[in-house]
Design a protein around this ligand. Structure first.
Ligand code: MN
Length: 246
């Protein structure tokens, strides 16, 4: 199994989640919301060979993180993974749009200079703006749009830019999310939980809840569970190869 966007550091007891990750052999991208969280979160993953820790600045926190851009840049050489980063056009964040953009541009510029990064990107209510920023920085590596919720035109534009997608339980329980999944290129899709923010059965989602996504992929792709699991495994291998050092 694969969970390509999970906030391991934000669970009440990450050790419980890590035990499940190890027991079930789940590959996890552990994203962070601020550079100051990276060191501690990377430490959580020590000894858990399937967990990778990304350095990020969540768009909802961007306006508090200008002073931490130097820390972000100093951590970037230590990981191939960046996230959660991006833009959020929700009305409650409207006062911070400029801040968000400035931080996201700094992040992309740093990734573009470093190259070879896998970047987990948030784009709620801001897909067009995110895509415009991505166009300006073409050498970041591979961008994985997490919880994509744009329209079909924006989906086509994201595909043309080479974006990948991570799809979670909330997407596959809505007709709109399923329709988007059906339009995504199956060779560029990975499951995610977005736990503990997303809730499943009235509790925080865990990496094992990506089983719900696997099940939806079977329906949408008209494939068996074994075929879907193989496809996701091959996608993850392909993604890792794309950032492999020469
Ligand atoms: Mn998230």
């Amino acid at each position: 199994m694969i969970d390509f966007h999970c906030h391991l550091d934000l669970y009440d007891d990450p050790a419980v989640v890590l035990r499940e990750i190890d027991a079930m052999g789940i590959y996890v991208l552990s994203v962070t919301n601020a550079p100051a969280a990276w060191e501690k979160t990377a430490h959580l993953a020590e000894g858990h060979s399937r967990v990778r820790t990304a350095v990020g600045i969540h768009p909802a926190l961007a306006h508090t993180q200008h002073a931490n851009m130097d820390l972000f840049r100093s951590l970037l050489p230590r990981t191939r993974y960046v996230g959660e980063v991006g833009l959020d056009g929700s009305p409650n964040l409207a006062p911070y749009q400029r801040s968000q953009r400035a931080v996201f541009e700094h992040v992309l510029e740093a990734c573009d200079k470093a190259g070879g990064r896998i970047v987990s990107v948030h784009s709620r209510r801001a897909v067009s703006q995110v895509l415009a920023s991505l166009r300006a920085w073409p050498n970041v590596g591979v961008v994985v749009l997490h919880w994509f919720s744009g329209n079909e035109r924006e989906l086509v534009a994201a595909c043309e830019l080479g974006c990948w997608f991570s799809v979670g339980p909330s997407m596959v329980t809505s007709g709109r999310g399923l329709a988007l999944l059906a339009e995504m290129p199956m060779e560029r899709v990975l499951p995610e939980s977005d736990g503990p923010f997303v809730r499943v059965d009235d509790r925080p989602a865990r990496p094992s809840d990506t089983a719900l996504v696997i099940s939806a992929m079977q329906t949408v792709w008209q494939a068996t569970e074994a075929e879907v699991l193989r496809r996701c495994r091959e996608n993850l291998a392909d993604l890792a190869n794309r950032i492999a050092s020469p």
